[in-house]
Write a protein that binds this ligand. Structure first.
Ligand SMILES: *[C@@H]1O[C@H](CO)[C@@H](O)[C@H](O)[C@H]1NC(C)=O
Ligand SMILES: *[C@@H]1O[C@H](CO)[C@@H](O)[C@H](O)[C@H]1NC(C)=O
Ligand SMILES: *[C@@H]1O[C@H](CO)[C@@H](O)[C@H](O)[C@H]1NC(C)=O
Ligand SMILES: *[C@@H]1O[C@H](CO)[C@@H](O)[C@H](O)[C@H]1NC(C)=O
Ligand SMILES: *[C@@H]1O[C@H](CO)[C@@H](O)[C@H](O)[C@H]1NC(C)=O
Ligand SMILES: *[C@@H]1O[C@H](CO)[C@@H](O)[C@H](O)[C@H]1NC(C)=O
Length: 492
């Protein structure tokens, strides 16, 4: 009885009549527009009695991306993307439509696949409580009727509040003060008066719980100093040993002219600049049609040939003069050097919370740069030989790093004349490379990059870097001087 009384009170509120002209009426094109950045919830314009609650709902959802209004979709057969409007879905006093989540993995999908509004009619009692519940479930919001967050929402908020953020100097501040330091291959702290933010360093292995609480849930990068110091690989897997053991093993490697791996350059440099026809549908979605992500030239060769290149020895001596750089990057250890697995050790503390999907080796002469990109994996990067200066940027910086689809092209390498060619670009795009050149940023073209805050995480022999998924990183490798190489192992 009491429940119904309460309910009736709220219903009374809902039925308060308010002049419809004070509210915006959304037709199909307007709704479609809204859905690109907001959820839409609306009352049927034909049912005047419900107008009162628009104000209530607007207040409740003022801090969320929820647009509250009236809808009148009569007379529309198609959404602006050509898809049919299902009028049945609008035969209701109240309708919610979730924000359109663009599936950006493929730019050539038919437009209705990645932008199809899905109106859901509300069938329940017209009470504010129930409407709020309905909206929460469709719009991924966590409001209560009084506008405060519910328990789930509070938990989400506290997780977001706790997430690690780099607080040091912005890249703009650093460039202004130290214009000539940041473009070096290895940027030294003393050249910038220790003003770049530094990775946390942990001197003892954490417990699984510690790792979970302090780093995994906070998405915080950290260096575990010397964690891999007692790996047998450090002493035993020298190049000579690899050469002896795996001489004729065929390995898949990557070649570039100057040690620059997967940078972004002008499309004009490519031989197909004039001829490549990019479908209009794709071109329209490219923010930087003038740029190309340069993939290195792939090559299969025997391990001994690869080692010849990175050691500048044998008949391949003249490959070098730093005009060709070979990298065995993200190369599966179980596929190419299975025996090495006995010489390394996956740290105990990650096993409880992270599933290992890949174990890779990274071997080069130590003069390489892996340009700014992100990976969708949590990464444990373990240094065996040499040093890697990894400069990281937060995942929250996606927009400031101009994340978008960029056309990619793979270099080809002609072994006879030992020359690279930029023959033709691929008909695929990359979404994980930033077009910004960290070493020589163009602040005119990429003004938002100025706001980002770099984090220096530099690891040497025996150190392990935990890099949470989606953190952007540029990896500058340096050789161990005596071993003349850089070798790392990573767990994804
Ligand atoms: C809804 O739109 C139709 C078609 O444009 C129009 O004829 C009708 O008057 C509108 N209804 C209301 C209540 O505004
Ligand atoms: C609302 O959407 C904008 C643009 O998509 C986004 O930047 C913002 O974080 C969103 N706000 C909330 C509260 O979700
Ligand atoms: C980055 O960290 C390494 C290792 O601690 C240090 O040698 C180097 O000077 C640091 N560079 C900057 C720019 O802070
Ligand atoms: C390397 O190049 C130099 C000059 O270009 C040439 O004289 C020499 O014979 C070459 N060596 C090999 C091993 O190809
Ligand atoms: C290698 O690069 C250097 C500098 O860019 C250039 O002077 C030299 O001619 C190149 N050598 C070969 C063999 O292409
Ligand atoms: C370089 O490698 C040698 C072993 O070959 C090792 O003794 C030395 O400590 C390494 N140097 C650095 C700076 O890691």
């Amino acid at each position: 009885m009491i429940f119904f009384k309460y309910c009736a009170l709220i219903l009374f509120n809902l039925f308060t009549l308010i002049n419809s002209h004070t509210y915006e009426i959304y037709d199909i094109p307007k709704i479609f527009e809204i859905l690109h950045h907001s959820c839409f919830v609306g009352f049927n314009v034909a049912e005047l009695k419900t107008y009162g609650s628009i104000k209530d709902l607007s207040n409740i959802y003022q801090d969320d991306n929820v647009t509250v209004g009236l809808f009148n979709v009569s007379g529309f057969e198609l959404w602006p993307n050509g898809q049919k409007v299902d009028q049945n879905m609008f035969m209701s006093s109240f309708v919610a439509i979730e924000k359109i989540n663009l599936d950006r993995s493929c730019l050539l999908m038919p437009s209705h696949v990645f932008a199809s509004p899905k109106p859901v009619p509300y069938k329940g009692i017209m009470s504010l409580n129930y409407l709020v519940e309905f909206i929460n479930s469709l719009c991924s919001t966590f409001r209560q009727v009084d506008g405060t967050l519910d328990a789930k929402g509070k938990r989400k908020e506290s997780i977001l509040r706790d997430v690690y953020k780099v607080t040091g100097r912005t890249i703009e501040e650093l460039y202004k003060k130290y214009p000539n330091s940041l473009n070096a291959h290895f940027v030294r702290a003393d050249q910038m008066n220790n003003e770049m933010s530094q990775c946390e360093i942990y001197n003892k292995p954490p417990s699984a719980k510690e790792f979970f609480d302090k780093f995994l849930t906070k998405s915080k990068p950290v260096i575990f100093k010397g964690l891999a110091n007692n790996w047998k690989a450090l002493e035993d897997w020298k190049n000579n040993y690899i050469r002896e053991k795996l001489s004729n093993q065929v390995v898949h490697i990557k070649l570039t002219p100057k040690g620059d791996f997967e940078g972004v350059e002008s499309a004009k440099l490519w031989e197909d600049y004039e001829s490549l026809e990019i479908p209009e549908k794709v071109r329209k979605q490219l923010e930087f049609p003038d740029l190309v992500v340069v993939r290195p030239a792939p090559a299969n060769m025997k391990m001994k040939e690869f080692l010849d290149i990175i050691e500048y020895t044998g008949s391949l001596k003249n490959y070098t003069m730093r005009n060709i750089s070979a990298y065995m990057e993200y190369s599966s250890i179980s596929e190419y050097m299975p025996d090495m697995l006995n010489y390394i050790e996956e740290p105990e503390f990650i096993k409880e919370y992270l599933d290992k999907e890949h174990t890779n080796s990274w071997l080069s002469d130590g003069h390489t740069i892996g340009r700014l990109h992100f990976d969708p994996y949590d990464n444990l990067l373990c240094q065996v030989s040499g040093t890697k200066q990894v400069i990281l940027f937060e995942p929250w910086d996606n927009e400031n790093l101009y994340e978008s689809h960029i056309i990619q092209g793979s270099l080809s390498f002609d072994r006879k004349v030992k020359k690279f060619r930029r023959k033709s670009r691929d008909d695929s795009t990359s979404m994980v490379m930033s077009p910004v050149d960290v070493k020589k940023p163009d602040f005119t073209k990429f003004p938002n990059f100025a706001k980002t805050r770099p984090l220096n995480c530099t690891i040497s022999r025996g150190d392990v870097l935990y890099m949470p998924s989606f953190w952007w990183h540029e990896v500058n490798s340096m050789p161990n001087i005596t071993e003349k190489r850089n070798l790392a192992v990573n767990f994804w």
